[in-house]
Design a protein around this ligand. Structure first.
Ligand code: PEP
Ligand code: CO
Length: 461
């Protein structure tokens, strides 16, 4: 089966905008195809190698960020706060879980959103749905909702500005483990979890000091931690335009992001998104929801990873706390039968979305925790390894999900509800999740599993 960066165009393609001006679209895609890449193939390969270790139970993936990034929030404080909360979470995970953590942001390109309907009606007026800043504007006016090709360039530029700032912060010592105080978010002082977090930081600082007394100043890994980028590879012209060959490596790379993922609404076996993703060398995430049958998943595994390359596939399951017990086990079984070395990653957010009585989209913290807890239990019972967690979160102190240590209630949701699409964990709730995950990781670390070549845990259930 011949593959090219444009072969997806002959397939059934879902969730794409209809642009009024086809010629302008073509000019923009052409321009985007000539602009320099945002990431490099060696970074992509480095992530794949780390994910291969996560598939084998030796690392843990932390993937998180906004549901939808917006152009207006491409600001230093928003980006820095997102890095801070991801750094804090990863520190908690490394400390409690005793495994290296792979940090992957939902950032620098998370600008396109799938929608359940092409159109939205308000007070008798019908306009195209908001499909993310890469496509159109959020404001409910005809001009703003019209899909605008120039937004593809604006999105690429915003992604590039975001990544440039992240790289500078990381290189400049922001992520230096000698200075975890750089990552403090205001909430730490007031949070019910402050004491536990402080204790973790102190333990880590003591350990570093001890090692440095013994061996001299530790350079390298202590001063610099890596961040990778990811976004839903939804807008296929955007992805296609950044798909390149590189010198001295075979194949094609998506160089707009390290790890694109296929959303649940576009994972059709014969659809355009699967066709596009099968031909690139990047690690690929696949969202797996309650509608995914074992046969369908088996088909995806063959199509997306025919050579069973470790680190190539991350299966991000998102069933909901009330469905995971039924839905997950048959899928673990099919992956085992196929001898596929995948990373299993739990997204406890997207299956637990609900509306309050007053119509606000929210998620209950207890439902999120309950899905995560079950994910650990089920993988453990089936001798498989839960190798990651995928969360919608922000470094800001928003009020979008209810519950958590401070017991945010439905009435408080309106205080700071700023998401454009799905409700995110605020920084405190995100840290609380990290603490729970770290505790569960510590339990799996107690029984290190032998791992077969195909990446399956052989530990007894
Ligand atoms: C998302 O991750 O924001 C999303 C739309 O997820 P899913 O495809 O799992 O519904
Ligand atoms: Co979302």
């Amino acid at each position: 089966m011949e593959w090219t960066p444009t072969s997806w165009q002959s397939k059934n393609v879902k969730q794409q905008p209809t642009y009024p001006d086809a010629e302008e679209l073509e000019r923009v895609v052409d321009e985007l195809s000539r602009l320099p890449p945002l990431v490099t193939s060696w970074e992509v390969e480095s992530l794949k190698a780390q994910l291969a270790e996560a598939a084998a139970g030796k690392r843990f993936l932390l993937q998180g960020g906004d549901c939808a990034e917006v152009f207006d929030e491409c600001e230093s404080s928003v980006i820095a706060n997102k890095l801070k909360i991801l750094l804090q979470m990863s520190l908690v995970l490394v400390h409690g879980g005793k495994r290296p953590v792979i940090r992957v942001g939902r950032f620098a390109g998370q600008y396109a959103k799938p929608r359940s309907s092409d159109l939205e009606t308000r007070d008798g007026v019908t306009l195209p749905s908001y499909r993310g800043d890469l496509v159109n504007g959020f404001a409910f006016t005809e001009a703003s909702r019209r899909p605008d090709p120039q937004r593809l360039l604006r999105g690429y530029e915003r992604a590039s500005l975001t990544l440039n700032f992240i790289r500078s912060l990381v290189d400049g010592g922001f992520a230096d483990l000698h200075h975890p105080e750089y990552w403090d978010l205001d909430f730490v002082e007031h949070s019910p979890m402050a004491a536990e977090y402080r204790r973790i930081i102190d333990t880590i600082s003591d350990s570093i000091q001890f090692m440095e007394t013994l061996a001299g100043r530790l350079e390298g890994a202590i001063q610099r931690v890596d961040f990778f980028t990811s976004h839903e590879g939804l807008h296929l012209l955007y992805e296609q335009a950044q798909t390149r060959r590189v010198p001295h490596r075979p194949g094609w790379y998506n160089l707009a992001t390290h790890m694109p993922w296929i959303g649940m609404r576009t994972a059709d076996l014969d659809g355009a998104h699967v066709e596009y993703c099968r031909g690139i060398q990047n690690p690929i995430g696949v969202k797996v929801g309650p509608s995914m049958t074992p046969e369908w998943l088996a088909g995806l595994l063959v199509r997306l990873n025919p050579r069973r390359e470790p680190g190539r596939l991350v299966l991000i399951h998102r069933f909901g706390h009330d469905r995971i017990a039924d839905c997950l086990p048959p899928l673990i079984e099919i992956v085992r039968e196929a001898e596929q070395p995948v990373v299993w990653c739990c997204d406890p957010m997207h299956g637990n979305t609900q509306k309050t009585q007053s119509g606000i989209k929210t998620r209950r913290f207890d439902d999120i925790l309950a899905e995560l807890e079950q994910a650990f239990d089920i993988h453990r019972a089936m001798g498989s390894y839960l190798g990651g967690v995928h969360c919608e979160l922000t470094g800001e102190d928003v009020t979008e999900c209810t519950g958590g240590a401070r017991g945010l209630d439905e009435e408080s949701l309106t205080h700071k509800y700023t998401t454009f699409v799905d409700p995110r964990l605020n920084c405190e709730q995100a840290l609380e999740i990290a603490m729970l995950v770290a505790r569960r990781m510590a339990q799996t670390a107690e029984r290190p599993a032998a791992v077969t070549a195909a990446g399956h845990s052989t530990a007894a259930a």
